[in-house]
Design a protein around this ligand. Structure first.
Ligand code: LLP
Length: 404
């Protein structure tokens, strides 16, 4: 995103032009950014040559999945729906891992039928269920077991997953029992230890602690794991303050780990691949004077982008045209939905805005559309992808007639 002559541009297209042409609210993605993120990710970890399984939950638009597949990534899925869509995008079953605490028998059967790389199990009951289905089908099924390393990732509490009070994975004691159980089974092939400690992580220390726990657990298990799946969670710089995970240190720690354990690494990144590749373009419907602050009422709302309402997450807001007049009052950017949490930001010293101005909400590629809903019976927004000089509509705006 850059300003040229005070107009905000995305990959050479003026935001005002996009807003007028496709109407707002609209999601706009950059194919170039997706490519750059993937090349960067591969480059950072090239020494360990991991299998990169993109976390489909971050964004499951079919065209986006195809872009990602064209860069040879695999997929991490958490439901039969995501699995079907990853396959439809052309991602090879041998590059797909299935995570999640509540896979149903139908989902397990489907995954077994499709011969995916791994089903990462998260409980004893699930392993028993996988074994039962494998036995019925007379098939040997490749599994992983998810360890809960009891590591605090220091993220928003709502998105922490690696602490013992979280529902994910199994503790070390049970993990070791399940390793022994799986090794005795004729129908299970235990190939992987998986972990994922949380999301939007910007400090490498929790990862380092997690690797320590994984290392110890492998030693105690005396099992040779072919794969260690380290999950995702790498954070991005939402506040545009040059904050970033120290990838060099993380990658160095993993290299040392691989030397000791002689295994192939799997990653499941979502946000770090797709997060900063999209903006939500929105228009000011009304400027409403309030007590001590003005409400900037946008045509985008919490149903289009849920993260601020759900987690108090911050997303940078930029005007599509810069001016030099600064508002004396605080601006509160809100949507039209009938909830007080339908609020994107409260900002001081924003430039003066007027009705019908366009704005962009930045870094909405991950968990933007995938968390969107029809709350207040609002249709889901249009999604477009900029690809060089072309703009493709990758999801039409939902029609009201589909909802009514
Ligand atoms: N693998 C597993 C097992 C996961 O649970 C997740 C995310 C990922 C990989 C991908 O994590 P990432 O690289 O994207 O951080 N809706 C929240 C984020 C929830 C993340 C859930 N699990 C948000 O908008 O911040």
């Amino acid at each position: 995103m850059i300003y040229k002559k005070n107009s905000l541009l995305m990959d050479g297209f003026r935001i005002d032009f996009l807003g007028h042409k496709f109407k707002t609210p609209m999601y706009c993605y950059s194919s170039k950014k997706i490519r750059n993120n993937i090349l960067n990710f591969k480059n950072i970890f090239k020494k360990i040559n991991p299998l990169i399984c993109y976390a489909v939950k971050a964004n499951s638009n079919l065209s986006i999945l195809k872009e990602i597949k064209n860069h040879d990534l695999g997929a991490d899925v958490v439901s039969i729906g995501e699995l079907m869509k990853a396959l439809k995008a052309g991602i090879k079953p041998q590059k797909i891992v299935f995570s999640g605490v509540g896979k149903t028998s139908e989902e397990i059967e489907y995954a077994i039928n499709k011969n995916i790389l791994l089903i990462n199990a998260e409980s004893k009951s699930e392993i028993l269920q996988i074994e039962k289905i494998a036995k019925k089908r007379k098939k040997i099924v490749n599994i992983g077991i998810r360890l809960n390393p009891n590591t605090d990732a220091g993220t928003l509490s709502q998105i922490s997953t690696g602490k013992k009070e979280n529902k994910f994975g199994v503790n070390q004691k049970l993990f070791l029992e399940l390793v022994n159980f799986s090794k005795r089974s004729k129908y299970l092939k235990l190939k992987c230890l998986s972990v994922h400690i949380g999301s939007q992580i910007l400090n490498h220390m929790p990862y380092q602690r997690m690797l320590g726990v994984v290392n110890k657990t492998i030693n105690l298990s005396r099992h040779q794991f072919e794969y260690i799946d380290l999950g995702g969670g790498m954070g991005i710089d939402y506040e545009h303050k040059n904050l970033s995970l120290n990838f060099k240190k993380y990658s160095q720690n993993i290299s040392n780990f691989v030397k000791k354990n002689n295994c192939k690494i799997i990653f499941e990144p979502g946000r770090s691949i797709i997060g900063n590749t999209a903006v939500l373009i929105t228009k000011v419907i009304y400027v409403k004077e309030g007590y001590k602050k003005d409400f900037i009422i946008l045509d985008a709302a919490m149903n289009d982008l849920m993260r601020p309402a759900l987690y108090g997450a911050k997303h940078k807001i930029l005007p599509s045209r810069k001016n030099k007049r600064i508002s004396k009052k605080v601006y509160e950017f809100v949507g039209p939905v009938c909830e007080s949490t339908d609020k994107f930001a409260t900002l001081l010293k924003f430039q003066k805005l007027k009705e019908r101005d366009f704005l962009v909400i930045c870094d909405v590629g991950a968990y933007g559309t995938s968390l969107a809903s029809n709350y207040n019976l609002r249709p889901k927004p249009i999604e477009v992808l900029i690809k060089g000089k072309n703009i493709q509509i990758i999801k039409k705006r939902q029609k009201l007639s589909e909802l009514i």
